[in-house]
Design a protein. Structure first.
Length: 258
């Protein structure tokens, strides 16, 4: 393109009866303009191609634990989950084995899984994949390999599957991580009401729970077992199992300040 622009500049200079040096300058100017135009067009096209591979547009492979858990249907209802939902046929077979099992608990889990799938299909299109993964032994290994082949994300509540998928370079959406991230934040000094349900690990401690399931460890709460008491937050700790809050009874806090 630069050579063509230079020749065009030379021809223009001859037509206008300009000196040879002016012809060279005109050709160089036209060549630079052509390169700049081509670069601008390339830069404008690049974001479009990037938009086609945004992670939010990736397919989501649902594993058995996420289906049985059921909260994924609530997430879909809110509209925060984008991209196609995929359920491999081998996941359906695992749900079927659970539903046909002799153990009542496992049978109920399998039936719940099918109920959640029906709800998901009513909310949004769910594609059943017939693809299998030769050589993979268990369902988790098949799911991770299938996600890697398709460039999809795995949706799960299984901690071990989460770790295996991450080590395999597969992106994971863990429903438990989402639930923990959305729990209200409590700060030191805030007042709460909590029912002390059982003893803690350390002497004198009592343990209760907030409505969202957050564990509250109450200093000197053992003597308050079975009571709903006002407490003052002293600190909070984020663990792999969720958020834990430490507090002390409000009366003790006021006496300490005095």
């Amino acid at each position: 393109m630069v050579v063509c622009a230079a020749l065009a500049g030379a021809a223009l200079a001859v037509a206008l009866r300009l000196p040879l040096g002016a012809a060279a300058l005109a050709g160089a100017a036209l060549g630079a303009a052509a390169v700049g135009l081509e670069l601008a067009v390339a830069l404008r096209r690049e974001p479009r191609s990037a938009a086609r591979v945004r992670p939010s547009d990736a397919s989501k492979l649902l594993d058995t634990s996420a289906i049985i858990d059921g909260r994924i249907a609530d997430v879909v209802t809110t509209g925060y989950l984008e991209g196609p939902l995929l359920v491999p046929r081998f996941v359906l077979r695992e749900l079927q084995r659970l539903a046909d099992g002799a153990d009542p608990l496992r049978r109920n889990r399998g039936k719940r899984g099918f109920e959640i799938l029906k709800r998901l299909q009513d909310l949004r299109s769910v594609e059943i994949l017939d693809a299998d993964v030769p050589g993979a032994v268990d369902v988790d290994a098949k799911l991770v390999e299938l996600a890697r082949q398709r460039g999809a994300r795995v949706v799960t509540t299984d901690y071990n599957l989460n770790r295996v998928a991450e080590l395999s370079g597969v992106s994971v959406l863990n429903v438990n991580d989402l639930a923990n991230a959305l729990k209200p934040v409590v700060l030191p000094g805030e007042s709460l009401r909590v029912q002390v349900l059982r003893e803690g690990k350390e002497p004198g401690q009592g343990v209760g729970f907030l409505e969202d399931g957050t564990m509250v460890v109450v200093e000197q709460g053992r003597r308050l077992l079975g009571q709903e008491v006002p407490v003052v937050v002293t600190s909070a700790l984020q663990t792999s199992a969720g958020r834990m809050v430490f507090a002390r009874p409000r009366g003790d806090d006021e006496a300490r300040d005095a």
